[in-house]
Design a protein around this ligand. Structure first.
Ligand SMILES: Cc1cc2nc3c(=O)[nH]c(=O)nc-3n(C[C@H](O)[C@H](O)[C@H](O)COP(=O)(O)O)c2cc1C
Length: 343
């Protein structure tokens, strides 16, 4: 309530990206406040989840894109998330699309963004995570969400994923392959079997090679998919993921559709928040059905898209999600949402 009445109206006076960067910069520096945040916001950690050798202390994570460069990891830990997904990270730094590129749709409780993978590149992100992990606990997991640079053609995309995977291997508790951002031209083509099968098999090969050379475990790899794919393509992505022993699927990224929205929201980009929920749930449900008919190799499902309340959260779990990630709900509801969802 306090956030919605006193803080949000002030934050919403500013351009969304400007205020996002200011707040992120602020919270990344004021570590003295973390014990207070812990008391105020951190939930009781009930219902931990194990996925391979990863132990998530609760079912809630911060979705990719919020802290693209991993500058505030200790802050996310203090708020009580079990994990955060840093990124999307690309091999080289890149500025992203022209500003303005994030738009608030207040009435709809939504955002449209066309950031275009603005990030400081794999080397800097690696250093940020190394530094933060000196302070964070072993029970706070850092997933790294990776993608391709804008100038890399879709035919050469595999190379970019491999570079990120190799550079960030030691720092990642798990990897997510982002094939679903609508703001990088052609990226979503990677859902098609001809590309996806090669991408996944080559990355698993690399995963085995690196882990062998380091005498360590292979990393869990998740695939983040779009809400805009039809049932046939969802099934094909699922089968290709199972075939290549991918750990799981994150459903979903933002949508390019504009469900039940007025025409004045004609900004290009990915829509997130409440209007996305039904579409994300539909994909999640489909994946859950595929899991039920596949007795040997289940995929772990992670639900993302339009979670604003305990009911939304429980819906994702009911539809098969082992973990849930939030982004837009956190902007609209504030940090008290974490306790609300988990306690
Ligand atoms: C401003 C913004 C930037 C995002 N950047 C990324 C990104 O870099 N990589 C990614 O995989 N998803 C990104 N996403 C998608 C979110 O991680 C999430 O999947 C999506 O917003 C749906 O969840 P929500 O409705 O809770 O926001 C971004 C979302 C927003 C709103």
């Amino acid at each position: 309530m306090f956030y919605k009445i006193f803080i949000r109206p002030v934050l919403f006076l500013f351009d969304p990206e400007y205020i996002h960067d200011i707040i992120l910069g602020f919270v990344s520096k004021f570590t003295v406040l973390y014990p207070l945040f812990r008391i105020l916001f951190s939930p009781e950690n009930k219902n931990p989840v194990s996925i391979s050798d990863l132990k998530f202390k609760n079912k809630l994570g911060l979705a990719a894109g919020f802290d693209k460069n991993g500058i505030a990891l200790r802050f996310w830990e203090a708020l009580g998330f079990s994990h955060i997904e840093v990124g999307t990270v690309t091999p080289l730094p890149q500025p992203g699309n022209d500003k303005p590129r994030i738009f608030r749709l207040k009435k709809e409780n939504a955002l449209i963004n066309r950031l275009g993978f603005n990030n400081n590149g794999a080397d800097e992100v690696r250093n940020n995570i190394i530094e933060a992990k000196k302070f964070t606990g072993k029970d706070f997991l850092v997933g790294i969400n990776i993608g391709k640079n804008k100038d890399t053609s879709i035919q050469n995309a595999l190379e970019d994923y491999k570079i990120c995977f190799e550079k960030l291997f030691d720092e990642a508790d798990y990897f997510t392959l982002n094939i679903s951002s609508p703001n990088t031209e052609g990226l979503r083509l990677l859902h098609e079997e001809q590309y996806l099968d090669t991408l996944l098999s080559e990355l698993q090969k690399l995963n085995n090679q690196i882990s062998k050379s380091k005498s360590s475990e292979t990393k869990c790899i998740f695939l983040k998919i779009a809400p805009d794919i039809n049932s046939e393509l969802t099934e094909s992505v699922y089968r290709t993921a199972v075939k290549n022993k991918i750990s799981g699927i994150i459903a979903t990224n933002t949508t390019v559709q504009r469900p039940k929205m007025k025409l004045h929201h004609n900004e290009q980009g990915g829509l997130s928040g409440k209007p996305l929920k039904a579409m994300s749930d539909k994909v999640l449900k489909k994946l859950n059905e595929l899991n039920s008919s596949n007795y040997t190799n289940h995929l772990v499902l992670i639900g993302a898209g339009g979670v604003f309340s305990k009911k939304d959260f429980e819906n994702k779990i009911k539809n098969g999600a082992s973990l849930v990630q939030i982004y837009t709900g956190f902007i609209y509801e504030g940090p008290s949402l974490i306790k609300k969802l988990l306690n």
